[in-house]
Design a protein around this ligand. Structure first.
Ligand code: SDX
Length: 436
């Protein structure tokens, strides 16, 4: 693919003094006036690298996909606030926006919906793969393996630098991840898989494959379809987070899209990232079972000698409310209210938020509820089992991963390869085994 990387150097420079020498480094300004010092040529000129473990201060790319203002709790996809999309769009339209860079026309949207509808089946042989997993296998392990395995069915669509091949597999992957996820749930509970139905919308079809059984008819509740669209939209993208950076890094080696996404799913699985939605509900259930002592939990979370931390709290970028958490919290209130469901876990979650946000430990560190804090409450009422929560996150995040992978290819980015400062032994002699 050809490179269309924008030259965003504006003429502003930064002077770096190192000993007796000084270096001029270009400054890059984003469309929202964010600034970066471009150090690409620093090592070649000076012999120095920069060190930033955890990349808290390192920009890995220039991107047009998503903008976050963590200080003010702002999140936009392609310039559109996520709250507006959550209210007015659906997941398919938002996926188009993320992947192709603009809102679709009516014709483009209907063609895209059609593609997602007609590519929903996976090769029948893949059904036997599910039998190889033990009954308690985590669905994220299955999801990642199945996505990688999917690549074996498209041997002539795996060249990441062939636009036609990539164009072919993008809608297929978007459509099939949903089927793979629903089948893994069915297999885990010993029920026959339910094949997708072409007269159902994207989210409707997913819920149908999850909850229908062959022995009776099943009507998908439109309220859950709406809620799922909203949740998937809110998870759609989040710029250079751990899993997206993984997808980009793997893809930068010219690994195919399936392999890159499979790696991203593994990165998302961790409880410090997408796995937090499962960890939150498990934490709330434990607190409920132990009598609901929220003060003790807050005390533990603040104790430096205790490794326990509040799941669903804190964020590398947001030093204010995560706008997604706000939308999901009010959806919890609205939906549970309409259904007349009283969930004690929601009460505990709100009490934790209330106590944390009036506690200097959390205030000083700017720790607020993140996207994972309330999402599990909705998934639970929907009937999604806890182990599937991170799979739900992956389904929502897929268009974001794809958008970043495509952007990286289009920009013709180099293979990702951080450097290091070596701190190990110097000239260590090899001691023969008998003398050690
Ligand atoms: C997601 O990056 C993204 O965009 C991710 C995501 C996306 O959409 O892709 O938004 C999705 O992954 C959300 C985050 C889900 N993870 C959790 O909810 C797990 C709990 N939270 C954390 O472990 C933590 O806050 C992180 C991993 C989210 C952020 O870690 P950072 O930026 O490295 O911050 P840190 O761990 O260095 O914390 C800074 C301070 C520390 O205290 P001090 O050492 O300064 O005294 O805040 C404390 C931490 O101990 N702290 C917490 C806390 N999170 C941080 N203390 C109690 N409870 C917490 N949850």
């Amino acid at each position: 693919m050809s490179s269309n990387a924008h030259n965003t150097h504006t003429g502003e420079t930064c002077r770096l003094e190192l000993g007796s020498k000084s270096y001029e480094l270009p400054v890059i300004t984003g469309t929202q006036q964010e600034k970066a010092i471009d150090i690409t040529s620093l090592r070649a000129k000076s012999g120095y690298i920069t060190l930033d473990s955890g990349y808290g201060n390192t920009g890995s790319t220039q991107s047009e996909v998503t903008y976050i203002d963590g200080e003010n709790g702002v999140l936009k996809y392609r310039g559109i606030p996520v709250e507006v999309l959550a209210e007015k769009s659906d997941f398919v339209e938002t996926s188009y926006l993320l992947v192709y860079g603009k809102l679709p026309t009516a014709d483009e949207l209907s063609a895209f919906r059609k593609q997602l509808t007609y590519h929903s089946l996976i090769h029948e042989d893949m059904l036997s793969f599910y039998d190889g997993y033990p009954p308690q296998a985590h669905p994220m392990a299955i999801l990642s393996s199945m996505v990688c395995s999917l690549s074996t069915y498209y041997p002539d669509s795996l060249d990441p630098n062939d636009e036609e091949q990539v164009k072919r597999i993008v809608p297929r992957l978007l459509s099939k991840l949903r089927t793979i996820a629903a089948y893994s749930f069915k297999k885990s509970i010993g029920q026959p898989v339910i094949y997708p139905k072409n007269d159902l919308s994207f989210c409707e079809n997913f819920l149908y494959m999850m909850f229908a059984v062959p022995s009776e008819s099943y009507e998908v509740d439109p309220e859950w379809v709406k809620t799922l669209n909203m949740l998937f939209i809110l998870h759609g993208d989040h710029e250079q987070n751990c899993s997206t950076s993984t997808v980009r890094l793997v893809g930068s080696s010219d690994a195919n899209l399936f392999a890159s996404i499979s790696a991203g799913i593994c990165a998302l699985w961790g409880p410090k990232h997408g796995g937090a939605n499962q960890a939150v509900i498990e934490m709330l259930e434990r607190i409920h079972k132990d009598g609901g002592n929220v003060d003790a939990v807050i005390r533990r979370a603040k104790d430096r000698r205790d490794p326990f931390r509040l799941s669903g709290f804190g964020h590398r970028v947001y030093k204010n409310f995560d706008p997604r958490a706000k939308v999901i919290k009010s959806a919890c209130d609205r939906i549970l209210g309409t259904l007349g469901v009283h969930d004690p876990l929601l009460d505990i979650a709100k009490r934790i938020e209330e106590l944390a946000l009036s506690d200097t430990y959390f205030l000083e560190r700017k720790l607020y509820p993140n996207v994972d804090f309330y999402s599990g409450i909705l998934y639970r009422v929907m009937g999604i089992p806890t182990e599937m929560f991170t799979v739900m996150f992956a389904l929502g995040r897929l268009p974001g991963w794809i958008a970043h992978w495509l952007e990286m290819k289009r920009r013709g980015e180099q293979i990702g390869r951080p450097r290091q400062i070596y701190q190990g032994g110097v000239d260590v002699p090899y001691v023969p085994l008998a003398e050690r």
